[in-house]
Ligand binder design. Structure first.
Ligand SMILES: C[S@@+](CC[C@H](N)C(=O)[O-])C[C@H]1O[C@@H](n2cnc3c(N)ncnc32)[C@H](O)[C@@H]1O
Length: 234
């Protein structure tokens, strides 16, 4: 049986949203991180929550000619990915239940962690699956404790709900500190509105989107990237 998240993301309109995502729909906040990657040293990408695999189209703009594997919970997304990129590999399932057969140069998860309460396990999984770069985004707010209560914070779509996760500043700082022990962390952040599907408690009045790129070959440390917020996204 499909998981709740799989059902949520497999609905026709959600699938369509990601099927035709063009390179120009990726935002400055994503490309600013990709510009920190040494592309000549990247020959494989594992994309967690790949939807229809459009991230591969973006990678090709950076000259990426390596192998791409996408993992997604939603069968229609996997079918669309296979149709669009027959040369790539697509795996249907929950990433945390899959054991990659080898490590990839870049392991990406865009638009996943803000709805993934098992985020620490997923980030460990991503680091174990990578031999160089790990890239992801999440939400952070100036709140006393991390918001991870699915009764209070969720996205609702056609009667299905998935949880919303928003890290406190303290948990976010701790996460960056832990990642920086593995290599160099580049990150950027910018305010972003709540989207129409998102319900959060009244006391959470604003939050920020944060993009993170860990380079496990880089020197331990953390760099903040300034970006033009106008080019970012929610
Ligand atoms: C918001 S969409 C983002 C799609 C794409 N990464 C992008 O940024 O355009 C989230 C996707 O992640 C998938 N997903 C969420 N949690 C997942 C998990 N644990 N394992 C595999 N796929 C997952 C969903 O099915 C959905 O297609």
């Amino acid at each position: 049986m499909m998981s709740v998240a799989g059902t949520y993301y497999n609905s026709a309109e959600m699938v369509e949203r990601f099927r035709d995502k063009s390179v120009s729909q990726f935002f400055r906040s994503e490309t600013a991180l990709l510009e920190r990657i040494a592309w000549s040293e990247v020959n494989s990408c594992l994309d967690v929550g790949c939807a229809a695999g459009r991230f591969l189209g973006l990678l090709r703009h950076y000259g990426f000619a390596g192998t791409y594997t996408g993992i997604d919970l939603a069968p229609s997304n996997i079918a669309n990915g296979r149709a669009a990129y027959p040369e790539a590999a697509f795996i249907l399932g929950d990433a945390l239940t899959i054991t990659p057969d080898r490590r990839s140069s870049l392991v990406n998860a865009t638009g996943i962690i803000q709805n993934e309460l098992r985020y620490l396990a997923l980030l460990d999984w991503m680091c174990a699956a990578s031999d160089r770069y790990v890239m992801f985004d999440l939400k952070v707010a100036n709140i006393p404790t991390t918001l991870n209560d699915p009764d209070k914070a969720y996205c609702a779509w056609e009667g299905h709900r998935i949880p919303v996760l928003c890290l406190s500043e303290a948990d976010f700082a701790a996460l960056l500190g832990d990642l920086a022990k593995k290599g160099h962390v580049h990150y950027l952040r910018y305010p972003t509105p709540f989207n129409a599907e998102t319900t959060v408690p009244d006391w959470l009045s604003s939050w920020e989107s944060v993009g993170v790129l860990l380079d496990m070959n880089g020197p331990a440390g953390i760099s903040h990237i300034e970006i033009d917020a106008a080019g970012s996204k929610g």
